[in-house]
Structures are given as structure tokens and as C-alpha cells.
Design a protein around this ligand. Structure first.
Ligand code: FMN
Length: 135
């Protein structure tokens, strides 16, 4: 484990909502705490505010293609906090209609179950990133 990593608690539950373009419209307390942002710094910002540079483009392409079809996407995501710390989540993203009737998305995230899983996806994403660089 690196000292530059934030490990979620077993009961951490990070929720955010976006509009249909991926602009943040809501962030839960746990989301703000782990990402090290005040809620006001997140609302109105594109969700790539927490993107980690190690994440391959293909992962988000898959996410967007899935939710735009009205389907639910789940996956492992390496994110980056405001001060540059890494935090891994297991995310499920759902298409939904907000209370004003507008289409948007919700993501619910929990702790990645094991260190082995983190290492597996870290290695996979590094390989995918390398492939993307060669293109
Ligand atoms: C509801 C929802 C939640 C998202 N959560 C994250 C997230 O936690 N981390 C992340 O890097 N991207 C997340 N994304 C994807 C971003 O919108 C974006 O596609 C991604 O960060 C890649 O950034 P880029 O398009 O600038 O390359 C989310 C998208 C949606 C719709």
C-alpha cells in the first residue's frame, strides 16, 4: 500500500449524480470526504475532476456507451483526490431521470474488496494505457 493512497472504509458509500453530459449535480458526504473536495467545488464541474491519469480511455468509453444505451455499468475505477492521492472504488453507474424530469446518471461506489483486485486492475489498466499510447 502506498502512502499516497486513501483506503475507503468498509462502509464508505460514495454517491454522485451528473447531468447527461457528466457534469456533477450532487455529491454525497463520503464522496466529498474521500475526494477531498467541498461539495461546492464539485457541483457544476465535469466528472473528470477526479480522473486519475493512469485510467485508460477505453474504460470510460465503455462506461458512456453502456449508460447512454440505458444500461447499468459496473467497474473498478482508480480516482485521484484533490491533493493528488489515489483512491480505488468499485462503481455502479445507473441512468435515471431526476426530479425535474431531466435525464442524468448516478454513480454509487464502495471499497474494492481486496488488495489483489486492486493490483489486478492496476496492472490491466497499465497494459491498456500502454496499448493506447502505441496507437
Ligand atoms: C455518473 C458518472 C460518474 C462518473 N464517475 C467518474 C469517476 O468517479 N471518475 C472518473 O474518472 N470518471 C468518472 N466518470 C466519467 C467521466 O465523465 C469522464 O468520462 C472520465 O473521467 C474521462 O474523462 P475525459 O472524458 O476527460 O477523458 C463518471 C461519469 C458518470 C456519468
Amino acid at each position: 500500500m502506498s502512502h499516497n493512497e486513501i483506503i475507503l472504509n468498509d462502509d464508505s458509500f460514495l454517491v454522485s449524480e451528473t447531468d447527461k453530459r457528466g457534469v456533477i449535480t450532487f455529491a454525497s458526504d463520503d464522496f466529498c470526504k474521500i475526494a477531498e473536495y467541498d461539495v461546492d467545488e464539485l457541483i457544476g464541474k465535469p466528472h473528470n475532476i477526479v480522473r486519475h491519469p493512469d485510467m485508460p480511455k477505453a474504460a470510460f468509453k465503455d462506461l458512456w456507451q453502456t449508460v447512454k444505451k440505458g444500461k447499468v455499468w459496473s467497474g473498478f475505477v482508480k480516482n485521484r483526490s484533490k491533493t493528488g492521492k489515489t483512491y480505488w472504488v468499485y462503481a455502479t453507474v445507473y441512468p435515471y431521470k431526476n426530479k425535474d424530469g431531466n435525464d442524468g446518471y448516478i454513480s454509487c461506489r464502495t471499497k474494492v474488496a481486496s488488495r489483489e483486485e486492486i493490483e489486478k486492475y492496476d496492472a490491466l489498466y497499465k497494459r491498456m494505457k500502454e496499448e493506447e499510447r502505441k496507437k
